[in-house]
Design a protein around this ligand. Structure first.
Ligand SMILES: *Cc1c(COP(=O)(O)O)cnc(C)c1O
Length: 488
């Protein structure tokens, strides 16, 4: 049984007069707030802050933390998210006073060490991408997409071209069309072939002098490397368009092939996915972009530059679209990524991808007889299985399996994405899991499928919150603890 204390709000633990800290008596004259602030700026009553002791606070948050699943506590095969283990050494290094306590407004000559680190990071990301220019600014993959598309728009504007269309396959991550729309483009979704790849005829029918960019994730969302990627890139370039590689799936191809080599003109990284920035609960992210030389002038600044004398300075490209984030981007995550890249080196990176692909294929092979994988004999770093058959036979849905996995101590895979696979379950084990963990997970899925469907429809049964009513939650969201009905 979980500790019920943990499900109470801190406000509910409050008792008047309880304190976490006792301050020494003041030895300077007392002033009232009314002396210091104009009275119309003061609230009429004190805010309803909880009054609790230090042990209350510590137990509350430690217990809350045990309700969560995390990469540190559970296997987390969340497809598309690359939930790999985050080495603790990188946490320590990122917190070193000389790194963690730097102020970004210091003069460049006073933080040459950090600029050297960021410069090296630019160089390494450029090398892994096969693209010459890098901006570290974007704070997430989605912002990287947006930033690169703004740079592309500025490039086309400069050339006097009126290109309005951004194309993407139907399996694209939702951020692709969202970024394109936000950057002012018309978005066009292309249907795919029945085996989950780009339909070349469909693509060709949308290519003309209005085509700006084709956005593609490679390997794609069903875990397949697009075999025609070079041809697709040539088709775009032949009409003067550009190719955007969504780099969220770089974990499959590090050191094996490079977006720049297969025709990409721009890409983003998700440092928090591929390069081990911790990213539970949606952040913090880091989404640097790499682009071809003719787009370099449009990147956001500052870009770190190394002079002939070995000193580092900051430069803003001549036609920059402007900043997309303060200072140098999410430096804390960039530092962790830097540690990871330096620790592994080129050979180690390639090893990461080979192991990630091997793990995914192993898990796929272990599950295929019960959860068929519609696309492809082999996968890259992830695969999309379908629970369509078990749904037809026993009424058990992908959601039922996902929820029941929580009772078995596993985070659920991504479900119902991509949309074109019925009852989709998208699994990405990553390279950091052992054979024992993968075997245990496959055994759990097998065991779940032999259970009574009624037990599965109401799972999970061992978590502090069982299955929420998602329709009600969507229609009547309860956004304030004060106005929520009890128990919600
Ligand atoms: C995660 C992801 C994104 C968005 O990246 P964020 O860093 O979450 O903004 C884009 N595309 C794909 C394929 C992804 O998996």
């Amino acid at each position: 049984m979980r500790n019920q204390q943990a499900t109470k709000l801190l406000f509910e633990l409050s008792h008047p007069g309880r304190r976490g800290a006792i301050y020494p008596a003041s030895d300077v004259p007392d002033r009232t707030l009314g002396d210091l602030f104009p009275s119309d700026h003061l609230a009429e009553s004190l805010p309803p802050l909880p009054e609790v002791t230090e042990p209350d606070v510590v137990r509350h948050f430690v217990n809350l933390s045990t309700l969560n699943m995390s990469v540190d506590t559970h296997f987390y095969p969340l497809g598309s998210c690359t939930m790999k283990y985050n080495p603790k050494r990188h946490e320590r290094l990122a917190r070193l006073p000389g790194i963690g306590d730097l102020h970004p407004n210091q003069r460049p000559e006073d933080h040459q060490g950090m600029l050297a680190l960021l410069f090296d990071m630019q160089e390494m990301l450029s090398e892994v991408a096969g693209l010459p220019a890098v901006s570290l600014q974007p704070a997430a993959g989605a912002q990287g997409e947006f930033t690169a598309l703004l740079a592309a728009a500025a490039y086309f504007r400069d050339r006097g071209e009126n290109r309005t269309k951004v194309l993407f396959p139907s399996s694209a991550h939702g951020t692709n069309p969202a970024s394109a729309a936000l950057a002012g483009f018309d978005t066009i979704q292309l249907k795919q072939t029945s085996n989950g790849l780009v339909d070349l005829e469909e693509l060709a029918s949308h290519l003309d002098d209005q085509t700006a960019v084709f956005m593609i994730t490679n390997p794609n969302t069903v875990g397949l490397f697009e075999p025609n990627i070079k041809r697709i890139s040539n088709m775009l370039h032949d009409v003067g368009g550009l190719v955007y590689i969504d780099g969220a799936n770089m974990n499959a191809i590090l050191g094996i092939t490079r977006p720049g080599d297969f025709g990409g003109d721009m890409m983003h990284y998700n440092v928090h996915k591929t390069f081990t920035g911790p990213h539970g609960a949606g952040g913090p992210g880091s989404g640097p972009i790499a682009v071809r030389d003719f787009l370099a002038d449009y990147l956001p600044g500052p870009i770190v530059h190394r002079g002939d004398d070995g000193s580092y300075s900051l430069e803003t490209p001549s036609k920059s679209i402007g900043r997309v984030r303060s200072f140098f981007g999410n430096v804390g995550i960039l530092v962790r990524g830097y540690c990871y890249l330096r620790t592994l080196g080129a050979a180690g990176l390639r090893d990461v991808s080979e192991q990630a692909v091997l793990n995914a294929n192993y898990l796929k092979a272990k599950l295929e007889d019960i959860l068929p994988v519609p696309n492809g004999q082999r996968c890259m770093h992830e695969f999309v299985a379908s629970a369509k058959q078990v749904k037809q036979q026993r009424g058990v849905t992908a959601m039922d399996i996902a929820k029941r996995l929580l009772d078995y101590g596993f985070h659920a895979p991504t479900v119902y994405f991509p949309l074109d696979v019925p009852e989709a379950m998208m699994m990405e084990p990553t390279e950091t899991e052992s054979k024992e963990t993968l075997d245990a997970f496959a055994d759990a899925v097998r065991s779940i499928l032999s259970e009574d469907p009624d037990l599965l429809h109401t799972a999970p049964h061992s978590t502090s919150v069982s299955r929420p009513d998602e329709v009600t939650a969507g229609r009547n969201p309860c956004l304030s603890w004060m106005s929520c009905p009890a128990g919600q």
